[in-house]
Write a protein that binds this ligand. Structure first.
Ligand code: HEC
Length: 142
């Protein structure tokens, strides 16, 4: 009278585990496919955004620019260069660019069309894998 119950439970357990595995497996497969697709789409966009950023924002946001200087003063040296930041979001970049902030003038859609701002925001929020590798430090040879 005792044996059927554990058997049942064991079956139930096996079914649950299988279902969980399948769900997790599909989830992972979908996420990987989506990431690969995003990577395909964005390599060109990141390159275009890079050029646009240098052309449209570099005047103030490269080393020595007023944007870099003001951000360094307000937020600290490690957040001065927009290009090197990893804490910016697409929404924030687009909002600031359209409305301006302190001494940064707003950019309207005539000066900077939405599709160009989209590319700039994609560039500034590019994943770590799309960033320049750090220059070798020589660590490990000393
Ligand atoms: C005329 C100079 C100038 C230009 C051109 C300019 N910016 Fe700025 N930007 C600034 C200044 C100055 C600040 C800092 C304002 C402050 O904090 O006082 C700033 C701040 C920002 C910030 C806020 C960062 C933060 O952490 O709060 C973002 C985002 C930004 N700029 C994006 C852009 C983008 C994208 C472009 C090009 C489309 C651009 N800027 C063009 C001068 C400029």
């Amino acid at each position: 009278m005792n044996t059927p119950l554990p058997g049942c439970l064991a079956n139930l357990f096996a079914i649950c585990v299988t279902a969980a595995c399948l769900t997790a497996g599909f989830g992972v497969a979908r996420a990987t496919a989506a990431q690969e697709k995003a990577a395909d789409d964005s390599a060109q966009k990141i390159a275009d955004g890079d050029k646009l950023f240098h052309a449209r924002c570099g005047y103030c946001h490269l080393a020595g620019g007023t944007g870099t200087y003001m951000l360094g003063k307000r937020l600290g040296k490690d957040r001065a260069l927009l290009e090197a930041r990893t804490d910016l979001t697409v929404e924030y970049i687009k909002k600031i660019t359209r409305v301006g902030i302190n001494s940064m003038p707003p950019h309207n859609r005539i000066e900077l069309p939405d599709n160009e701002l989209d590319l700039i925001a994609i560039y500034l929020t590019r994943p770590a894998s799309a960033r320049q590798p750090k220059p070798p430090t020589g660590a490990g040879h000393e």
